[in-house]
Every structure is written in C-alpha cells, then in structure tokens.
Design a protein around this ligand. Structure first.
Ligand SMILES: Nc1ncnc2c1ncn2[C@@H]1O[C@H](COP(=O)(O)OP(=O)(O)OP(=O)(O)O)[C@@H](O)[C@H]1O
Length: 330
C-alpha cells in the first residue's frame, strides 16, 4: 500500500446564529473548510500489522475511509492499494480488503449470523465448499457456534464484534482495516479479539491496519505505529523505538524498613511516600541490577520492583503537547 501526499477537505456550511439562524444556515452558501487529512504519506508492506493512532478528530477514520474507497477521491494526493486506486476501482478493491468499524456493524440486523455469512459468501463469489470450510474455521477460532443462529440484533456487543470480524474475513482479504475493534468490550472479550487479529496476521499473512484508542491493543499487537494529529503524521516507526527514544528510563520502586531518602549514583529519587521511594535511571546507560545492588548495600530494603514506562504516558504527552516531546517526564 502506498499513500502519498494525501489530503482530504470537508466543506461544512457555516452556522449562522441569532434570529432565524437555523433557517439562514439552511439557505447559506458560506462554508468552512475542514482539512481532516493534511499531507499524509506512508507505505505499508504486505503482512505488516500497523497501528494507526491519534486523538479524537485526528483524521484516522477519514484516512481509513479513503483507503477502503468508501469516500470519493481525495482532495489531493494518491492512494494505491495492491496497485489499485480504491476510490476509482471500488469493486475490485473490495475483493482484496476486509473492513470492521467497531462502532457500526456491517451485518444484517434481522438475520442470524449464519444467514449473513451465507449472503456475504455469495456476494464475494466464494465457492461453497471453500466458504463452508472458512466459515467453520472462523466459527471455531472466534468461538461462535453458540450464537450462530441468533439474529444479530439480539447479540451482545462482544458477540456482534466477533461476527463482524468473521464476516470481514470470509472472502480471505489480503488486507484488513480495523477501526476500534475492541471498543466497549470487557477484558476477556478484548483479549479474544486481539488473539484473533494476531492469528490472522501470523498464520494467514493478512496485512492489518488497526485504529484504536486502547493502548493495550497496540502494546500487544503492533510493532509499528503511525501517529497522526490534526491530519498530519507525527511519528511513523517502531513501537520499541518510540519508547526507547522518548522514555529511555526505568523506575525502581523501593520499600525501606524505615522512611528515608535514597542517594545512589546513576539514579535520581523522583518520589518519596513514607518508606516507599521511587528512583529513576536511564535504562540505556545503566542496568537495573547495578542500581539494585547499590541500594540494597546502603539501605535496609524490604521490597522492590522495577517499573517500565507505559506507552500511555508517552502517547498522552504527545497528544497533550500536540507534538513529539524531547523526552517524556513521567
Ligand atoms: N463527513 C464529514 N463532513 C465534515 N467533516 C468531517 C466529516 N468526517 C469527518 N469530519 C471532520 O474531520 C476531522 C477528522 O475526523 P475523523 O473522523 O477522521 O477523526 P478520527 O481520528 O477518526 O477521530 P475519532 O478518534 O474521534 O474517531 C474532524 O474534525 C471531523 O469533524
């Protein structure tokens, strides 16, 4: 997939307030232009699993919609998916891709899942024996046998999401777009969905583009992330590299036999709460055992643990200051 200089602008009628505002807005010819995607470029190779992340309103869904061809051609720039322009070759592109929008089901509300699956297999022209085999596999992987004959409207959110994922995979697309596939799910249901995503990526080689606000999804699944804000790419690279660059430290949390400050070389005390002291050290310059030895040699230690920086801390700082920080403070 190749995306170059992608721009999408929306025109929105300017709202007029005051007397007869609603009516005047209705007849108005004045527009505001919203640049939802602003010069985005990236390449994604076959078999990658990439997190496409950003705060609310960053332009993620708009990008995904252009990649799937749901939206008309972009304001500027190009998108090529498997050699095709998705907006102009929508049908051919559809055979190559699967899409799941977590907030909105693609299934037929009144039909049982089994019927929805059959209709989709027909729609995509999947030969019936092959379709049956894939369906059986998906039903097993997502543990759906119990509710296969239940109308979609009666399914729980977790069941419905599993149904949507299976529906998107029945024609075995090379590329799967997932827009918040775990939104609103409990921890067990989220875990099941994550395992499924990891499975299809590893076993079928499906390329996955994942949009989510759940950073545990990202930590567990993505090696690479593309981070956007205000329609622009802030970061495109490895998750490990992001952490190493912006949070190259570890915390050693020590509980002492009695309250005291701790002074050791190569680590700074960043917090003290009674006998519990937090020491921070650069993990690229000094190893945890060295700090632990120094502390235990000089202080009566009751308990200790090493705490890794959280992706959440890095991402929330990037969102708050709307750009990449020098280094994340905490
Ligand atoms: N059809 C549309 N008409 C006008 N403006 C739109 C339209 N779709 C999106 N926008 C605007 O474009 C911007 C980006 O929206 P988009 O839905 O792509 O963000 P997002 O990153 O997916 O956000 P979220 O995480 O909240 O889903 C927002 O300011 C939004 O209001």
């Amino acid at each position: 997939m190749h995306v170059a200089g992608l721009v999408k602008e929306f025109r929105r009628v300017k709202r007029i307030t005051g007397r007869f505002g609603g009516l005047r807005t209705f007849f108005s010819r004045e527009y505001d232009v919203i640049r939802a995607v602003d010069d985005v470029s990236f390449d994604i190779d076959s078999g990658e699993l990439v997190g496409y992340l950003g705060p609310n309103g960053a332009g993620k869904s708009t990008t995904i919609k252009m990649l799937t061809g749901i939206l008309p051609p972009p304001t500027a720039g190009t998108v090529t998916v498997a050699g095709r322009d998705p907006a102009r070759e929508r049908k051919a592109n559809a055979l190559n891709i699967g899409v799941v929008f977590g907030q909105r089901s693609q299934l037929w509300w009144d039909l049982p899942l089994r019927e929805s699956f059959r209709a989709l297999r027909d729609l995509y022209g999947v030969p019936s024996a092959e379709g049956e085999r894939r369906q059986r596999e998906l039903v097993e992987l997502l543990d759906m046998a119990e509710f296969l004959d239940t109308p979609v409207r009666q399914l729980s959110l977790g069941q419905r999401m599993r149904g949507d994922l299976a529906a998107a995979m029945l024609h075995q697309p090379r590329l799967l777009y997932l827009d918040e596939p775990t939104v609103g799910l409990d921890v067990v249901a989220k875990q099941r969905i994550r395992e499924f995503i990891a499975h299809i990526n590893a076993e079928l080689g499906t390329t996955v583009i994942l949009t989510t606000h759940d950073l545990e999804d990202v930590e567990q699944l993505c090696r690479r992330i593309i981070l956007i804000d205000h329609g622009r790419v802030l970061y495109d690279g490895g998750l490990a590299e992001l952490m190493a660059r912006y949070a190259p430290y570890r915390d050693l949390v020590v509980t002492l036999a009695e309250p005291s400050d701790v002074v050791v070389a190569s680590a700074d005390q960043v917090k003290r709460d009674g006998p519990v002291v937090t020491l921070r050290f650069r993990s690229d310059q000094v190893k945890a055992p060295e700090i632990i030895s120094a502390v235990t040699a000089a202080y009566p230690v009751v308990d200790l643990s090493v705490v890794e920086p959280r992706l959440e801390a890095v991402i929330s700082q990037i969102y708050t200051q709307r750009g990449l920080p020098e280094m994340v403070a905490s």
